[in-house]
Design a protein around this ligand. Structure first.
Ligand SMILES: [Zn+2]
Length: 293
């Protein structure tokens, strides 16, 4: 997910998920001004959230106090203690949509949440990005960012943006993991074959930003750029707002087939735990803490 897509993505989000990006706010500089007592309480809450990710998913989630060498070809700044608590609480709601079996198969060992993420290229060229998987095991996602021409920081977790980034990047991670027998691949015939006739899909020369509306068969125009981005954009909406994904595909049989293929993918990779019953429960909001016990 790169920042040059965001203008299109923002338009899409605002239209399809009203309120998703509506709540912009200016953030404090990041220093905590809480009293010592408050700080101690926050520390305890953060520690217990971290334990939750560690105990249930064997994953270290960090937004502060990491060593610079832990960042691989990426740049970003730490969050404050209160921001870390807010982000971990938010992410917990997204993590619990997955059974531990799936997260383990994704090979997610550590997740960093940073402010204003930049990817460092070979030639030291920096690219803004909202999520990145540099190696098997590590995932970086952006919590706050600066949008072009808006001199305000945007907290991604307000609305659905942070959740979309998380599910999108986690899918790429699963896709890239060597230990997984690939469910989808770039030459995945059923996926490509179901696209509408005459659509110029998966062509690097297609300027996906030029699309005002989502093309038929695609969750958003960014999906036109590559098969794996098409899959990741379908997955992100299925996981964030399944009822909305269903209603978008009601009169779109191609999109409907893609949603079903993604559900089959999850069912297979979770050893059958993300089955039809799970999708009913997710749709009706019954997947919460304790669901996988
Ligand atoms: Zn992507």
């Amino acid at each position: 997910m790169e920042k040059d897509r965001i203008s299109t993505r923002r338009e899409f989000l605002t239209r399809e998920f009203p309120g998703a990006l509506g709540a912009f706010s200016v953030l404090a500089s990041g220093c905590d001004t809480q009293s010592e007592g408050r700080k101690e309480l926050l520390n305890k809450e953060v520690e217990s959230l971290k334990q939750f990710f560690k105990n249930n998913y064997k994953c270290d989630v960090k937004a502060r106090k990491f060593k610079p060498e832990e960042l691989i070809t990426i740049q970003g700044t730490e969050l404050s203690l209160s921001e870390e608590k807010e982000m971990l609480s938010f992410l917990k709601k997204e993590f619990i949509k997955y059974p531990p079996e799936y997260i383990n198969r994704c090979n997610l060992k550590e997740l960093f949440i940073l402010r204003a993420l930049q990817r460092l290229g070979d030639e030291a060229q920096k690219t803004d990005t909202s999520g990145f998987t540099p190696t098997i095991g590590s995932l970086y996602i952006e919590a706050y960012s600066k949008l072009k021409n808006i001199n305000k920081l945007v907290p991604w977790h307000e609305g659905v943006k942070l959740a979309l980034i998380f599910h999108h990047e986690l899918f790429h991670m699963a896709d890239a993991s060597d230990e997984i027998t690939r469910f989808f691949d770039e030459d995945d015939d059923p996926w490509i074959a179901c696209n509408p006739e005459g659509i110029n899909a998966y062509d690097l020369n297609v300027r996906t930003k030029d699309f005002k509306n989502r093309p038929i068969g695609f969750m958003e125009s960014y999906g036109l750029s590559a098969v794996r981005e098409d899959q990741a954009t379908v997955v992100q909406y299925v996981m964030v707002n399944l009822p909305r994904a269903y209603s978008m595909s009601r009169n779109d049989t191609v999109l409907n087939s893609k949603i079903e293929m993604c559900k089959n993918y999850f069912n297979t990779l979770s050893n059958g735990r993300m089955n039809e019953q799970y999708w009913h429960d997710l749709e009706s909001g019954r997947v919460g803490e304790g669901y996988w016990k």
